[in-house]
Write a protein that binds this ligand. Sequence first.
Ligand code: HEM
Length: 503
Amino acid sequence: MPISFLILFEEKQYIILLLVVGYIIHYYILKNNKFNKDDYHNFLIPRIVPYKIPWIGSAIPYGTNPTKFLSECREKYGNIFTLKLAGKNITFLLDPLVLPLIFKEKNFVFSSFADKIVQQAFSIDKSTTARMSHQARNPQKYLGGENLLKLIENTKIKLVDTILNKIKSNDNFDNKPEWKQGYFYDFIARILWISSTEGFFGKGFAEEDMWNDFYTFDNKFPILISGIPKIFAWSALKSQKKLCQLFTKQRLFRENENEWVTYRSKEFLKIFDQEQFMNIQFSLIWALMANTIPIAFWTIANIISNSHIKMRCEQEIENFTKVDPKTKQINFIELSKFIYIDACINEALRLTSSSLVVREALEDSKIHVEYLNQTYLIKKGETIAFYPPLTHIDSEIYGDDAKEYNPSRFLPNKDGSKKIFMKNGKEVKLHLVPFGGGSSMCPGRHYAREEIKLLVIYCIYYIDFKLHDKIPSIDIKRAGLGVYSPLNDIKFEYRLKYHIQVD
Ligand code: HEM
């Protein structure tokens, strides 16, 4: 506003002008906020947790141990508070009874975070993602129903074949089972690497030793997405480049390839250049393996370390399988019968999955929590998050043994009804949240569970294990990003079970 214009006003007129301008600004802010004046008297304003270093905020204690820090904040500030984390304000809503409302709210989206992660880790920019069709981005149809059965069948064939090759005696002429040595995480990972990639991308897609490159990349994943210059993860970039070569044109469209993969390849080859195409397909391999492998490891390591749990798995396998007298292989009709093994997987997911549920508000939104008679107002552009590990080890929900591995807690009640978990006298429907929720809920969850179940069944049926060390601790550097890896691998011995003969 030119100064000469202000000179025209006397003092009284000047004050009136200021009041009018103030009112107009106030009116527009409220209008753009979509909230009216009354809202501000009733809603809950999350407190910003005090911090000492500007911009950095609480990033150091959060990054060091998120579970400990968030649990301390919850004790001091309650279930809702805001953290300043490296220049960004994130509002944590830690009440599992509020989570269904977050998943239901259409204005809260996961895509802005997914876009950032794929940009940083896989060099796929937002404009590339925006050009993909809905069907190419949303595989629900291809990872469920008949398609899932086909996918599981193809995975199973390779999985059994790989296990048998690993345990068969090499140069033992009387064909007696012999003990072999190895590292347990590596053993599990190699079987899944080869059977999952073959299940999705078709026959003979990858070599087993390529797992080493995947491991190198995945191990540096937290650095890649942290925004630290990529040069600090050069080994990961080298491995990524090698693995991207799996997607040269002449290697595509293999026998038994999953239909979603075929659909995507056809679409993407038309609209993207070779480099973009390879990066996109590589990101799919990452989604497929990165969480499934550690969950399989934690599940099987816990089963074989506890003789009672192992015996119950063996009983279940005996009850629901038949041995083919010719091939000595086991057959079964429905994986859904294996409810104890399913409970073992749930228990591993509960104790070791830590993916942050993170959403951005596209519009000003109200979350009304009926049981508290309170309304949270979340403003457009704000980031909200739910941290599952705090719910997963909540002793009010899971009891005093919440930190222990006890699959029985997930078994149905004696009358066959589903177990109900309670908190504050209310049923907690979302007490186990390893796969996110709402419209972006992990589309690969059914596949991951079925594949891990197959692995458990075949490992327990065929193999005698001797672990040389205790189950390792979790490595918290992946907290918030997915399933924790073990801090170290464990030496073990394995052999074909004595009573089984395979050709
Ligand atoms: C135990 C194994 C797995 C775990 C714990 C897991 C976990 C998750 C989580 C937490 C999300 C984010 C969801 C949200 O915040 O709403 C996600 C997304 C996704 N997952 Fe999984 N996942 C697993 C296995 C798989 C497998 C086997 C695939 C196979 C393709 C897969 C494909 C995807 C894809 C494509 C997305 C992105 C969905 C979107 O952006 O809408 N995941 N997963």
